[in-house]
Design a protein around this ligand. Structure first.
Ligand code: CP
Ligand code: NVA
Length: 301
């Protein structure tokens, strides 16, 4: 494993190794056991979109691993003025030990990996959000004890989160049900991948998808970059909400997960948010899961 570009690139074994290391690093952090695996190393963090969790968890994670992190706003880099990505990749590879990038096009992340000579981590693109899904799988395993055979249900827009959860969940041995409006299905590449798994289902009906789920997941109806469509999307997605009624269809002890930030009253109700604190375990696990990714990709020797 040289980069983390998308869940499609990871083997089931690599996913399990990351989750096991994440559990160990979480234990060490909670017990004050030092783990300076990346002493003296620097991670560059390029952001083309806003972030709370990704930025803070990567920065704190690098610090806890004995290294440091640089926040690089794409608007302030020459890449924002049109410097080619292949040149940026080569130059940053001379200074840094790894790059985390949050941007729009998946092809930009893939190009950084192609032209650079250091590990590249996808911190969210329009196509996928692998760091989030690793934290999500870690959270489900932590609460349920296992992933194999569990049912993960995603309700809402067939966006970057849906794409990553389908691939990550299926590779981890879960069954995955997805409910989206017909015109907002997950990416065709992801649907083609999922077609080989009997445990994958897609439907337009949230209640049908949620039936007997071990975890219900949702995300915003309008992602970053789609702000102009937000009003129109409110109408299309009106029935795609995690609320107390939908929870009745899932298992009685079902987890509720959300990558956050949430739009309470849209894809999830205030009441469900307030009664499912595991959503914040999930947010915390971004730190631990990403530290595992950083160690896997960047540790020397
Ligand atoms: N879930 C997530 O990636 O959050 P941020 O946008 O705050 O980084
Ligand atoms: N789908 C959301 C996820 C944010 C973490 C977005 O892309 O804005």
């Amino acid at each position: 494993m040289n980069h983390l570009l998308k869940m499609l690139d990871l083997s089931p074994e690599e996913i399990t190794e990351i989750l096991n290391l994440a559990d160990q690093l979480k234990y060490e952090q909670k017990h004050g056991i030092p783990h300076p695996h990346l002493a003296g190393q620097t991670l560059g963090m390029i952001f083309q979109k806003a972030s709370t969790r990704t930025r803070v968890s990567f920065e704190v994670g690098m610090y806890q691993l004995g290294g440091s992190a640089l926040f690089l706003s794409a608007n302030d880099l020459q890449i924002g003025r049109g410097e080619p990505v292949q040149d940026t990749a080569r130059v940053l590879s001379r200074f840094l030990d790894g790059i985390m990038i949050r941007t729009f096009a998946q092809s930009e992340v893939e190009a950084l990996a192609q032209y650079g000579s250091i590990p590249i981590i996808n911190g969210l693109t329009d196509f996928c959000h692998p760091c989030q899904v690793l934290a999500d799988l870690m959270t489900i395993r932590e609460h349920k004890g296992s992933l194999e055979g569990r049912k993960l249900c995603y309700i809402g827009d067939g966006n970057n989160m849906a794409n990553s959860l389908i691939v990550g969940g299926l590779k981890a041995g879960m069954s995955v049900s997805v409910a989206t409006p017909a015109g907002y299905k997950p990416d065709p590449q992801v649907l083609a991948f999922a077609a080989a798994y009997p445990g994958f289902t897609w439907t337009e009906s949230p209640a049908e998808a949620a039936k007997d789920a071990d975890a219900l997941y949702t995300d915003v109806w309008a992602s970053m970059g789609q702000e102009g469509e937000a009003e129109a999307r409110k109408k299309v997605f009106a029935g795609y909400q995690i609320n107390s009624e939908l929870l009745q269809a899932a298992k009685p002890d079902a987890l509720v997960l959300h990558c956050l930030p949430a739009h309470r009253g849209e894809e999830i109700t205030d009441q469900v948010m307030e009664s499912h604190p595991e959503i914040f375990d999930e947010a915390e696990n971004r730190l631990h899961a990403q530290k595992a990714v950083l160690v896997k990709l960047m540790k020397r020797g």
